[in-house]
Design a protein around this ligand. Structure first.
Ligand SMILES: NC(=O)c1ccc[n+]([C@@H]2O[C@H](COP(=O)([O-])OP(=O)(O)OC[C@H]3O[C@@H](n4cnc5c(N)ncnc54)[C@H](OP(=O)(O)O)[C@@H]3O)[C@@H](O)[C@H]2O)c1
Length: 259
């Protein structure tokens, strides 16, 4: 039986997706940097669900890392029928004040590696009777977010890339879905450098398992775009209706003085 490959599988949303798929008796290939965490997750999921779990510890923000993932699957004879591009992060700060390497690292992970993984896994995904790509964007992708400008733009890229790819593949067995979570309780806030907002954010955050359930259901339902939770869906609809400067000003006041 072919595997589901999940990037960022040790984090809040990725790990919840791993549980969601393992419950359905789907074997998993888990990818992230921390081999210690991946080892623990492999042990826990194997014992709990009795599925096959393999993992690869790799930094996906390094150029060429997507090819290393493909090589690992080829060398081990792992075939993939679900590809979940979930690894990603945001970094808070004004563009001019942020070291360029930080921004390019984030863009490599959030956009380039995601496109590369889709591209190089497509030949084997097309050979399956039915296969899936699930790309993780964000509700931040629907508007500009000052101080998270590059992050929001990178997630906008994910939405448009995914929509285009879906249409390109409409006569193939590959179904392509984009999921946009809103605030979700994970390590995301800390990695973005927004710890001071954590308490406030938690009040509006969804649980990672709820987000994962909606995302996986959307993927198997062959949806094009999924926004997790009614409140998030409503806020995205408002960004379409309102003049652009209004949601941008709201985001600016939310994030600029983050404490
Ligand atoms: N949480 C939110 O509020 C929220 C909202 C909207 C969208 N999202 C999106 O949801 C996705 C998952 O984020 P999360 O909230 O679950 O955050 P998280 O808890 O920080 O998890 C991130 C995952 O990505 C992995 N990762 C990070 N950098 C990596 C790298 N360079 N190479 C390989 N793996 C890497 C992390 O593992 P290692 O650190 O061990 O590598 C971890 O498994 C991201 O794409 C994020 O942008 C999150």
């Amino acid at each position: 039986m072919p595997y589901a490959l999940i990037t960022g599988a040790s984090g809040g949303i990725g790990l919840a997706m791993a549980h969601e798929l393992a419950q359905r008796k789907i074997d998993l290939l888990l990818v992230a940097r921390s081999s210690e965490k991946l080892f623990q997750i492999q042990k826990e999921l194997t014992e709990r669900y009795g599925v096959r779990i393999e993992y690869l510890s790799i930094d996906l923000s390094l150029a060429g890392s997507a090819y290393a993932v493909l090589d690992w699957t080829i060398k081990n004879n792992f075939s993939v029928y679900i590809l979940i591009n979930n690894a990603g992060y945001g970094t808070w700060g004004e563009v001019a004040e942020t070291p360029l390497e930080k921004l390019t690292n984030m863009m490599q992970l959030n956009m380039l590696t995601l496109v590369e993984l889709c591209h190089i896994f497509l030949p084997q995904l097309k050979k399956q009777p039915q296969s899936y790509i699930l790309n993780v964007a964000s509700t931040a992708s629907y508007q500009a977010v000052p101080t998270l400008s590059v992050y929001a733009a990178s997630k906008s890229f994910v939405v448009l890339f995914t929509r285009g790819l879906k249409r390109e593949l409409k006569s193939t067995p590959v179904s392509v879905t984009c999921v946009s979570p809103g605030a979700t309780s994970t390590n995301f806030i800390s990695r973005a450098g927004l710890d001071s907002m954590k308490e406030r954010a938690e009040k509006f955050s969804m649980r990672a398992d709820a987000v994962a359930r909606i995302a996986i259901r959307g993927m198997f339902g062959k949806k094009t775009e999924v926004i997790t939770g009614f409140a998030n869906w409503l806020s995205v609809q408002l960004t379409y209706l309102l003049p652009k400067f209004i949601p941008e000003k709201i985001a600016e006041s939310l994030y600029k003085n983050k404490s």
